[in-house]
Design a protein around this ligand. Structure first.
Ligand code: AMP
Ligand code: ZN
Ligand code: FE
Ligand code: FE
Length: 281
């Protein structure tokens, strides 16, 4: 069984529509989770596109912050109508618009002829994020590719045109996901390139105490020593481990199914969830 539990569509910063994502997943996966940033708006379109034999796990990747660092929390099979969680997603999505507008204003101050309409258009109906701002910089020829926009010169954290966005305390987010009947899994705990300055043991212990269910261990950004450390930590804390591609279409180079989740971990997610069920045709 091939299970990939972390992907993005055009409802956030992926480049495939949910239907295109499902079509891309069909030949390579048995189970795929749609986990757009701070939104559930792609679920319906993904569900409608399901072929026989592919199961959809509805989810989201929730923006959190801890000690000035960005933390992403994957949430699976929660109740999308849970009022408190729905309100938090609305706040996160709304503040992303404020923040993207502020980033465009900073770029204009830096002399870049970028317009808000152009950036907003790229986000279509999804939550807006830095990749949309970066894509505008690529289109204008300011940078050669998206990767080059994520630098201190432009929109990397702390960069000249960077603006902070509203984020949740990850422990509060874990509890909120549980209240909404969902299953919280810490996304890519080692972040980009596997490097980190955070004391992960204490941090992850705190999340486990709040109700965290699992750690995303097998992720394209994690190196082998990092994965080993995370696996030991998960075992010690009674967390399951997942693996996923964090597919973003052509916005990142990782293909679907480059990392996958064991069936037992997937079954644990389904067992723990009370908010919604995996979707099959
Ligand atoms: P935001 O949530 O708007 O701050 O944007 C962060 C998102 O940008 C991440 O979730 C990634 O999908 C994407 N991202 C971050 N760093 C890079 C990078 N170096 N190249 C391409 N995409 C990136
Ligand atoms: Zn993303
Ligand atoms: Fe992420
Ligand atoms: Fe992601």
């Amino acid at each position: 069984m091939r299970i990939d539990l972390h992907t993005h569509s055009t409802y956030s910063d992926g480049t495939d529509t949910p239907a295109e994502l499902i079509a891309a997943a069909t030949p390579v996966l048995d189970v795929v989770a749609l986990t757009d940033h701070d939104t559930v708006d792609g679920w319906q379109e993904a569900a409608a596109a399901l072929p026989l034999g592919l199961t959809l796990v509805p989810g989201a990747e929730i923006s959190c912050g801890w000690g000035g660092r960005s933390v992403h929390l994957l949430a699976y099979l929660f109740d999308p109508t849970h009022a408190e969680f729905a309100e938090e997603r609305r706040l996160l999505a709304t503040d992303r618009v404020r923040r993207a507008r502020a980033m465009v204003a900073k770029l204009q101050e830096l002399g870049v002829p970028v317009t808000w309409d152009r950036v907003a258009e790229a986000a279509v109906d999804g939550t807006i994020g830095r990749p949309h701002v970066g894509a505008a910089l690529v289109a204008l020829g300011v940078v050669p590719d998206l990767q080059s926009a994520f630098t201190p010169e432009w929109i990397d954290r702390g960069g000249r045109a960077y603006v902070e966005k509203y984020v949740l305390d990850p422990r509060d987010a874990v509890r909120l996901v549980r209240r909404a009947g969902g299953v919280p899994v810490l996304a890519h705990p080692l972040g980009r390139g596997g490097g980190s300055t955070v004391d992960h043991t204490g941090f992850i212990e705190g999340l486990a105490g709040a109700g965290l269910a699992g750690l995303e261990v097998d992720h394209p950004d994690h190196d082998e020593p990092g994965r080993l450390r995370l696996r030991e930590m998960a075992a010690a804390l009674g967390l399951f481990v997942t693996g996923s591609s964090d597919y973003h279409g052509s916005n990142k180079r990782t293909a679907l199914a480059v990392c996958t989740t064991e069936r037992t971990a997937y079954e644990a997610i389904v067992d723990q969830a009370t908010g919604s069920r995996p979707i099959e045709r």
